[in-house]
Design a protein around this ligand. Structure first.
Ligand code: PLP
Length: 452
């Protein structure tokens, strides 16, 4: 940092402040974690300077032998860790991994059959008319994914994201009573909508998914089954999710981020069956440019760490902590979506405290508890103010927290939310953003969390 500071002191200071902030707060954002020092240090090195467009052993640049090693080792660890037939380590993020997967599926399911029918090897051989017809066909494809308010992700076909502009999309929600996935309903929707891609995976659903059942549904309508395990990849890697709950044996294509419960550097990864592998392997130049070789190196280090017995212990602890955290919150009267959790996250419905998610998130932040507001199923406050606060255990479990610590955190959260009052808007109704937190609560919470 001294070296950085000698060039741009404000950046060195921001880095120092970030460390201080992370040390002085309780990190409960379900998508965040603490990468190991070996992983962090592997991100900053000379691999960053090398261009290596293409794929392993087949690059558009000379001198890529070290990048080939890095990418091969990352893919080898990913295949071994997840039991996948093929792994692609180039995507820079989760959104890039999904974009790579979508276009690989379109290449495999739409482009290649069209080329075969016309007796052509690649798109450059098509005349203008044939190319226009194929381009239109890409835009006619359908995707079925989980709705945003049930916990799905923007990249699963929603309009503000490129996936929603590429695909005709419909989404499945959860049962209004139990708030759990209703597989019969998903099957009925699939039968009627006939998607090319059925996508499972979530950012805010606090339960496990039966991927074997979802694959059956996909097969029944000839859909490609894709799973975005960005959030729970650590639980798959740590063998907490096995059998029907492990997406890898059931999906044609699996995408993930590497920085959430998997505890690696920021980045993405695509796993695929042999059948889909050649299409995914063309992620560059399909949707990606030159790979970030330093980040692929850090992914390799983190994936090697995730193959250890220690990581399995960690992953089990993440799930155990979430379960007891949910129980601790419920015992204190908090309302939880689905009534609890069996993965790494808890979705707290703060309407029980008379608050919006925005007010809950802000009051907790004042008290040094870092969370994010999140919609709950059929949220009356929409996606901006929301009625929920999402809480995850991966980061604090990395700090060594156990059930007793999470019990104390639950106590602090309920204390803060019970002492938060919405400020009445000029309309006379409770406002959705402003609030007051009773005096002394923030300081008391910060002092308690410093003891953990
Ligand atoms: N997929 C899911 C399920 C996610 O939760 C997220 C991030 O929150 C992403 C994809 C996108 O990941 P990234 O932020 O790395 O692009």
């Amino acid at each position: 940092l001294q070296i950085t500071g000698s060039v741009e002191p404000r950046i060195a200071e921001a880095i120092r402040s970030e460390l201080t902030d992370q040390r002085n707060s309780l990190k409960l954002i379900a998508s965040e974690n603490y990468a190991s020092i070996p992983t962090l240090l592997t991100m900053g090195n000379w691999l960053s300077d090398k261009y290596a467009e293409g794929t392993i052993g087949h690059r558009f640049y000379a001198g890529c032998q070290n990048v080939d090693t890095v990418e091969s080792v990352a893919a080898e660890h990913a295949r071994a860790l997840f039991g996948a037939e093929y792994a692609y380590a180039q995507p820079h993020s989760g959104i890039d991994a999904n974009l790579t997967a979508f276009w690989a599926i379109l290449a495999h399911r739409v482009e290649q059959p069209a080329l075969a029918e016309l007796g052509k090897k690649n798109v450059n051989e098509l005349d203008e008319d044939a190319w226009e017809t194929l381009r239109k066909t890409f835009g006619e494809q359908r995707m079925l994914g989980m709705s945003l308010d049930a916990g799905g992700h923007l990249t699963h076909g929603f309009r503000p994201n490129i996936s929603g502009k590429m695909f005709h999309q419909r989404s499945y929600g959860t049962d209004p009573e139990t708030q759990l996935l209703d597989y019969d309903k998903v099957a009925a929707m699939a039968k009627e909508f006939k998607p090319l891609v059925l996508i499972a995976g979530y950012s805010a659903y606090p339960r496990r998914v039966n991927f074997a059942k979802m694959r059956e549904i996909a097969d029944s309508v000839g859909a490609t089954f894709m799973v975005d395990m960005a959030h729970f990849a650590g639980l798959v890697a740590g063998k907490v999710f096995t059998g029907d709950e492990d997406p890898v044996p059931h999906a044609h294509v699996v995408t993930t981020t590497t920085h959430k419960s998997l505890r690696g550097p920021r980045g993405g990864l695509v796993l695929a069956t042999e059948e889909y592998a050649p299409s995914v392997d063309r992620g560059c130049p399909l949707v990606l440019g030159g790979p970030l070789s330093n980040m692929m190196a850090a992914k390799a280090v983190a994936l090697a760490e995730a193959r250890t017995a220690d990581f399995r212990t960690y992953a089990q602890q993440v799930a155990d902590n979430a379960k007891s955290f949910a129980e601790s919150l419920s015992r204190r009267g908090a309302k939880l979506v689905t009534g609890g959790t069996d993965n790494h996250l808890v979705l707290l419905d703060v309407s029980g405290f008379g608050l919006t998610g925005r007010q809950g998130e802000s009051a907790l932040l004042d008290a040094g508890v870092v969370t994010n507001r999140n919609a709950v199923p059929n949220d009356p406050n929409g996606a901006w103010y929301t009625s929920g606060v999402r809480l995850g255990t991966p980061a604090l479990t990395s700090r060594g927290f156990g059930p007793d610590d999470f019990d104390a955190v639950a106590d602090m959260i309920v204390d803060v939310l019970s002492n938060t009052t919405p400020v009445t808007a000029s309309t006379g109704k409770p406002g959705k953003a402003k609030y007051t937190l009773a005096e002394g609560v923030a300081e008391k919470t910060k002092a308690r969390s410093a003891e953990l």
